[in-house]
Write a protein that binds this ligand. Structure first.
Ligand code: FNR
Length: 368
């Protein structure tokens, strides 16, 4: 855990990559491995980044971009720009202020924030730090009463939507973190869950399967999603969608939007990059349905490419942790400003005055 983050930013911090390069000076090796790592052989983690590097942007000339703007409406709510902070658990691993600092940065930069169920600061305390747009990421709890209570608390604290994450019914051990000897410090806890009974301890019995009869017996199913949709007045967004048929079924059920995501390469290793999944899902849900993407977005250029391929907005995961470790709220706010500036520059040079003007025709297709 870092207690010596910067209060003045050095002049060489110009990109998310600069923060990533500096972060190891502020984090111990185990924590860095936990935050940066992916599941399995990290094939999907690498693919998330490589997918963006495959695309090129084709600028148009002489278009009127005066009066341009990154503003958009998402779930009927106004956003200043399409870069949101992804739900990332246990942010006190990166900085003692944890999610409080991230929320302050979101407020200072007009950035939408999605808070994890597993935040190390309570959802109420985080809400108090930002009057801006914030959503709550929900993990179904083994006990429905606890899940319902989390939903009520998020509603009462002013969260504008629920983002339910469904891609990790079981959480793969991060092998990079295990090898580096990472152990969650006792001081960092899932602050939202302290009032609920801990999940039952599963014991592997002879001949039994821990995974299927244990963990997976509690995993949510379609009935649970329907139950959630009936429980809350908030729009529900599903995070972790990869298959177009799942996307279409969720839309038909009344899910308000989807996040195309592989959990930043921390769910099923070997699944495609988030960017590669996007076009088929856009096709399945139609042009007007809210779609977010996360996984591998490291620059405004990446965000532009995701929007061109069908996303309405993107979420940023690990870069917020790097910036948080390096310089707390100041670092995250600075990172968000850099990313937004990069996006604006990209839009201006490509000839797209608004985010709605960014479409597939803005990408270079060598085969044409
Ligand atoms: C995550 N992610 C995540 N997702 C979620 O729905 N709830 C959570 O609590 C967490 N926690 C979490 C912790 C850490 C350390 C990481 C790196 C990621 C996944 C996150 O929301 C997002 O999907 C990815 O981080 C996006 O990929 P990039 O931007 O990190 O490449």
């Amino acid at each position: 855990m870092s207690s010596k983050s910067l209060t003045v930013l050095p002049p060489g911090l110009l990109t998310a990559a600069d923060y990533e390069r500096l972060a190891p000076q502020f984090l111990d090796a185990g924590t860095l491995a936990y935050l940066n790592g992916g599941s399995g052989a990290e094939i999907t983690l690498r693919d998330n980044l490589a997918a963006f590097a495959r695309h090129r942007i084709l600028p148009r000339l002489l278009r009127d971009c005066g009066g341009g703007s990154t503003a958009l409406s998402l779930l009927g709510r106004p956003f200043h720009h399409p870069l949101l902070l992804a739900p990332v658990a246990f942010q006190q691993l990166a900085h003692p202020d944890g999610e409080r600092a991230t929320a302050r940065a979101a407020a200072a930069t007009d950035t939408g924030l999605v808070l994890s169920t597993l935040s190390s600061v309570t959802l109420e305390a985080v809400a108090a730090e930002t009057p801006g747009e914030k959503w709550f990421q929900l993990y179904f709890q083994p006990d429905r009463a606890a899940t319902a209570d989390l939903v009520r608390r998020a509603e009462a604290a002013g969260y504008g939507a629920l983002m339910v994450t469904l891609d990790t019914p079981v959480q793969p051990a991060g092998e990079r973190a295990t090898r580096a000897g990472f152990v969650m410090p006792a001081s960092v806890r899932a602050a939202n869950l302290t009032g609920y009974a801990p999940p039952p301890r599963r014991v592997l019995n002879a001949g039994g399967s821990l995974l299927f009869q244990g963990v997976m017996a509690d995993a949510p199913g379609w009935k649970d999603l329907e139950w959630l949709l009936g429980l809350t007045r908030l729009p529900v967004v599903v995070k972790g969608v990869a298959h177009p048929d799942d996307a279409a079924r969720m839309k038909a059920l009344g899910v308000a939007g989807l996040v195309v995501s592989n959990h930043g390469g921390r769910a099923l290793d070997g699944m495609p990059s988030a960017l590669d999944l996007l076009p088929a899902i856009r096709c399945a849900v139609g042009a007007d349905y809210p779609l977010l993407l996360d996984g591998g977005v490291r620059s405004g250029r990446d965000a532009f490419i995701a929007l061109a391929m069908g996303a309405n907005a993107v979420m940023i995961g690990r870069p917020q942790l790097h910036a948080l470790a390096v310089a707390g709220a100041l670092g995250v706010a600075h990172l968000l400003r850099l990313l937004r500036q990069e996006l604006e520059l990209c839009m201006a040079l490509a000839g797209c005055a608004t985010v709605y003007a960014i479409g597939p025709e803005a990408l270079h297709s060598p085969q044409l």
